[in-house]
Structures are given as structure tokens and as C-alpha cells.
Write a protein that binds this ligand. Structure first.
Ligand SMILES: [Zn+2]
Length: 114
């Protein structure tokens, strides 16, 4: 599916958003993303979490839960700054892409005044 090309950025932003609220862990995020209709498996999500951690946007700590080690991630101050920046870009994009949408014309209605 071609829309998958965009999902990486959406998923990273979504993860960062939740990690800015509360510590998150992989399995929980997979469930959360599924709730939002993203079918992301551990083979995709875990490398993303690792990458965000390596980039300094997430901090990581581990804990043992029911005999298994679990990694918790939280947004760092850099992660929160990146989220703020991404939010500005997202608002700008939404204003541009969705601004001229006229519901009666369907999702990709013609631009007004043209
Ligand atoms: Zn969510």
C-alpha cells in the first residue's frame, strides 16, 4: 500500500507524543497504534524505538515485570522539542492540505476559486 510510505513519520510522532505523557513500552505501543488502525509489528516498532533512543529523543530504562525484562521509554527534553517542531509542521501541513476540502466534493475536492 502506497500510504505506508508516510506511516514511518506518523508512527514516530505518535510514539513521541505518548512517551512525552508517560513512560511507554513496545507491546503497549503496538496495541495503541492498532487502536489507531496502524498494523505495526514488533519487527517495525522496536527498531524505531531504538532509533529514537539512539537519536537522543527517547530515554530508556528497564524493569522486570512478571519475570520478564521490559524496556520503558520516555521523551527527553530533545524529544519534546522535536515533538513541538513536528507539531508546528503538522499544523502547517494540515492547514495546507485540508484547508480547501469541501465535504460535498469528497476527500479531494477542487480548490475554491479556481
Ligand atoms: Zn495514541
Amino acid at each position: 500500500m502506497l500510504t505506508r510510505m508516510f506511516f514511518g513519520g506518523f508512527v514516530r510522532m505518535h510514539v513521541l507524543y505518548h512517551a512525552a505523557q508517560t513512560p511507554i513500552f513496545g507491546a503497549e505501543m503496538i496495541e495503541e497504534l492498532r487502536r489507531h488502525d496502524y498494523d505495526i509489528g514488533p519487527g517495525t516498532l522496536y527498531p524505531m524505538l531504538h532509533q529514537l533512543h539512539q537519536a537522543g529523543l527517547l530515554s530508556c530504562s528497564s524493569d522486570v515485570v512478571r519475570g520478564k525484562r521490559r524496556k520503558y521509554y520516555r521523551a527527553t527534553p530533545e524529544g519534546i522539542a522535536a515533538l513541538d517542531e513536528a507539531e508546528r509542521k503538522l499544523r502547517e501541513l494540515v492547514a495546507e492540505v485540508l484547508h480547501d476540502r469541501v465535504p460535498e466534493e469528497g476527500p479531494y475536492g477542487r480548490r475554491g476559486g479556481e
